[in-house]
Write a protein that binds this ligand. Sequence first.
Ligand code: SAM
Ligand code: SF4
Length: 341
Amino acid sequence: MPDLPERALVDGHGRRITYARISVTDRCNLRCVYCMPEDQAFRPLPHLMTRAEIARAARLLASLGVTKVRLTGGEPTTRPDLAGIVSDLSAIGFPGGIALSTNGVLFPRVARELLAAGLTRVNISLDAAEAEHFRKMARRDHFEPVAESIRLSLELPFESVKLNAVVIRGFNEGEVVRLAAWTADRALSVRFIEFMPFGDNSWKTEDFVGWEEMKGWLEAAGYVLTPVEKDPVSGPADEYRVSSAAGAHRGTIGFITPVSDRFCDSCNRMRLTQDGFLKGCLFGHRDVDLLRPMRRGASEEELLALVEEAARTKEEKHPMFLGMSRLSLPLHSRNMSEVGG
Ligand code: SAM
Ligand code: SF4
């Protein structure tokens, strides 16, 4: 294990926090059925962290040993100062990389600027391989720019390009095999995400598809999946090399399994919401307010103590796994876009 910085962030269960996901906005130009309602209300702009506040929070996290950061939302590319935020993070220095989660709609317009500012990795969300199913999932007609984002990201020298697809029964089961086929000749990691209950996204047991069923669909379609040894800091996906009638694929396939709970034990992350709350767990309820103390003039030491408090009170597992059946899954009070996915 590398030397710990003078003050390392270790949670109450002995896990070291090295990865932060920072949400920069709750706004979005899509309305994915699993994420936000058509009439989603957004926070007033003054409630969101400014570029300077994001940089200050990131410096606190870096000084406590966070090495990798991801910008998310809402849709981060709807923020006009996104490249500035990336260049601030780049100046702070995150050796594990600066990543972006995006829906890809505006990404082609800003990709080169973000790359020049220091962005190293891109995750693009896409739940369907063609326009009609895309519209059903995203409630908007923007398939083409998203497909262009994937082409462009693979051309530009990003360290990795990943595609994330949420799978919902009755909406896009058929897309699993179609999206997986994209790995044949592209250096793309396509990851299928289990649908999670959130806010008012009307999650129902019947809509849920577990990773084993998705894997079964791929195998039935002739894909052979071989597990890739897991890098402990790479994130929650279980990755597989793929081969099919087309031969060995250039890309890989992964499953992100928050509902089947296969990754809490190795969780190394903390989240910062766009309105400045630290969250140890996506499903947690013990948020620590960092932004209001910052705005009230709290000292560096006081702010560091708040980050440490958020780590200390991080949940051991998603609360929904502590003795609850799937039918009694608690719905989180915020949507995914408001927590920062
Ligand atoms: N707008 C960006 C995007 O879509 O990539 C970043 C924010 S989005 C909230 C981050 C990720 O959360 C996306 O991959 C999205 O598919 C996923 N997500 C949102 N709601 C979800 C849900 N209910 N279950 C599983 N994944 C969800
Ligand atoms: Fe927007 Fe991303 Fe949520 Fe879809 S998943 S509505 S793109 S924030």
